[in-house]
Design a protein around this ligand. Structure first.
Ligand SMILES: [Zn+2]
Length: 332
């Protein structure tokens, strides 16, 4: 976004937040320490502990039932209302985040991608990082077929490999799940490695998720089966990807799933490529989902679209920075 449109959005947000008290939805992915974190998805356990302590003391953290009640009934939010969400279903959500939620007695909603649960395999962007950034040595160039088209990427130096990683990551975001799987299979062969993932990047087991779902501080939502940009799929494919994750979660956890978040979920797009579209909203409604979160900056008001709510991505900020950011999130 340009500096000017940033400023315009800030003014629009500022005025909206003066008209009505906003709520803020926070988006986390992982609570752990990693050797490298090119997507910046991990918040350290110490920082997350401090975030929750601050939110518990200074903000009104709503649980999913309370938040949904405000959203569905278009009720203005209480002062300093915050809703905490996690995407993807990493094992550290169970091992690191859950005990901190119990310690601070703070609720959160965890959106789960189901295809890699209970397996030693990683989600594709982690898998891409594992193959390209942790395999040594690699061949000097990568020839790969992506949806019937031949591509060539340089991999003859560390900086070339890093650039290739970021470039492929952008391309695969808008590919269908079968294409991503075929690209990864070619990469394993090319690098001389296997699909077996790193224990540090695994998803929860069904047993872990079951315990998690029984915590009074936890609500579970779905996040598709294989984590595609649903906006690139036909309506029927969207129904199937979203519906499969909902069905599996309901079957294993024996609870109704009412919440969903779009994978990636940004409103930014590339040409005709979208992360979600009108069909995504239609499919969510057809599946009986009651509230859907997207992933773009903004606050929630009683007039917000409950099938594409804005969320604010939280990075690995230390407490002073987190405090400042939280104040800003309620203004702009
Ligand atoms: Zn995700």
């Amino acid at each position: 976004m340009s500096g000017l449109s940033d400023k315009i959005f800030n003014v629009v947000h500022y005025v909206a937040n003066k008209v009505q008290r906003p709520a803020v939805i926070l988006l986390y992915h992982r609570v752990t320490k990693l050797m490298q974190d090119p997507q910046e998805l991990a918040v350290s356990p110490a920082n997350y502990d401090a975030h929750l302590a601050h939110l518990a003391a200074e903000y009104n953290v709503l649980d999913a039932t309370q938040f949904l009640d405000h959203v569905i009934n278009k009720k203005p939010f209480p002062e300093r209302a915050v809703f905490i969400t996690f995407d993807d279903g990493y094992a550290d959500n169970y091992h690191e985040a859950l005990p901190l939620h119990a310690k601070h007695e703070v609720p959160a909603l965890f959106y789960i991608t189901t295809s890699k649960l209970n397996t030693p395999y990683e989600l594709w962007w982690d898998d891409l990082e594992r193959v390209l950034l942790t395999t040594d040595p690699l061949p000097l160039k990568l020839d790969v077929n992506i949806a019937g088209q031949a591509w060539e990427y340089p991999t003859d130096s560390f900086s070339a490999i890093t650039e290739t990683y970021y470039a492929l990551q952008q391309v695969l975001r808008f590919c269908k799940p079968d294409v991503i799987e075929s690209v990864m299979a070619q990469l394993y062969d090319w690098a001389g490695t296997t699909a077996e993932g790193r224990p540090t990047h695994r998803m929860m087991t069904w047993d872990e998720l079951k315990v998690m779902s029984q915590s009074p501080y936890v609500t579970i939502g779905c996040h598709t089966h294989r984590h595609p940009a649903v906006g690139m799929l036909s309506y029927d494919e969207q129904l199937s990807e979203i519906g499969e994750s909902k069905r599996l979660l309901e079957e294993h956890l024996r609870i109704p799933i009412e919440h969903f978040s779009y994978p990636f979920g940004s409103r930014k797009f590339l040409g005709s490529k979208r992360y979600y579209n009108a069909d995504s909203i239609k499919a969510s409604k057809a599946l009986g989902l009651k509230m859907v979160c997207a992933n773009y900056h903004g606050q929630v008001h009683s007039w917000s679209n409950s099938y594409a709510l804005p969320r604010i991505l939280v990075r690995n900020w230390e407490l002073p920075e987190f405090k400042n950011k939280m104040q800003q999130f309620f203004k702009y």
